[in-house]
Design a protein around this ligand. Sequence first.
Ligand SMILES: [Zn+2]
Length: 400
Amino acid sequence: MIIRQGFKFRLGASDVQSARLRVLCGHARYVWNQALEKCNESADTKGAYVPRYETMAKWVTAWKRAPETEWLKDAYTDNLQQKLKDLDAAWQRYYKKIEGAQRPRFKKKGQSRDSVRFVNFQKYCRIENRRVKLPASLGWIKFRKSREIVGTIKNCTVGFEGGHWFISFQTEREIPEPAHTSTSMIGVDMGVARFLTLSDGTFIEPVGAFKANQLKLARAQRALARKVKFSANWQIQKAKINRLHTRIANIRRDYLHKASDRLSKNHAMIVIEDLKVGNMSRSAKGDQENPGVNVKAKSGLNRSILDQGWYEFRRQLTYKQAFRGGEVLAVPAHHTSQTCPKCQHVSPDNRTSQACFRCVQCSFEQNADVVGAINIKARGHRVLACGESGLPDSVKQEPV
Ligand SMILES: [Zn+2]
């Protein structure tokens, strides 16, 4: 099987190289935004239709000829093409309603993560010890090589995050088909009050630094609101907020990696709920008929991990399991928190509070998230045993 892996390092670009990278990012942003505007017009007037990559590529050729945008001639063509391919893919994901896909948005200078991608690495780039040679008049750039790069580099991306340039090498390598060293199976409940609860009754809590930085961010944002927009002090505060966002994203990624590592190392089969983040966000807020319970707790720390972490977590689990020869099984999420694992009685009354489960029929008691995880695992067993959807007869599945 083929393993794809990314290796990310801090890039030591000189002032001249940094300036050039900023220009390249600017070109990419310009092309993305211009193409997006034309796509938006099409999407809003012709229904769910936007031009595909081949058409967009022709726009770029035209822009390079137009006198007001002829500075695009100085751009790195491969990078522009790559941005258009990304835009095309983003629209396709959006229309096909692929997990978590949002409508493509305009990129603002300094706000969205700027990046340049160099494709066809083996042909156009070179790597030597602790430096890499990049095209587009960049030349040799040093990077902080903190670990060995394994596999053949297919492409690389240079991006600006939290005040520094980073380079990420995407590699591929062939490995023999693995067999998981464990035979165990576990159910995982992802929730708002507790991000990850396992069917063996344990929890994986987020690190404390996450909460501390979230509080810091809230304070910094209040301070920003008090400053005169676009003033020097406002700019400084804005930069501070961007750095905090990067730090929080790093802590979140780190937490998700540790959690997915632990699960993947210990269990051949990981059963998760096949849920959509949108549904969970709604259930936290509630609606007019069913005002949300415990809204404050739900909207806090874990909400933020949940919103931005669910698809990432599933992605990590899936590739780590593939790497180890294990599997991830997603089962329907309905009633996993209301079904009694002992007598199978389904009732919302079983759930006495956010944290507590007590079966109204057989009096079985347990932490509600643990009950969820146990039911998810049981549903996984049924799906594997007889291919059923894992739903009790009384429950109808929502149309997809
Ligand atoms: Zn019961």
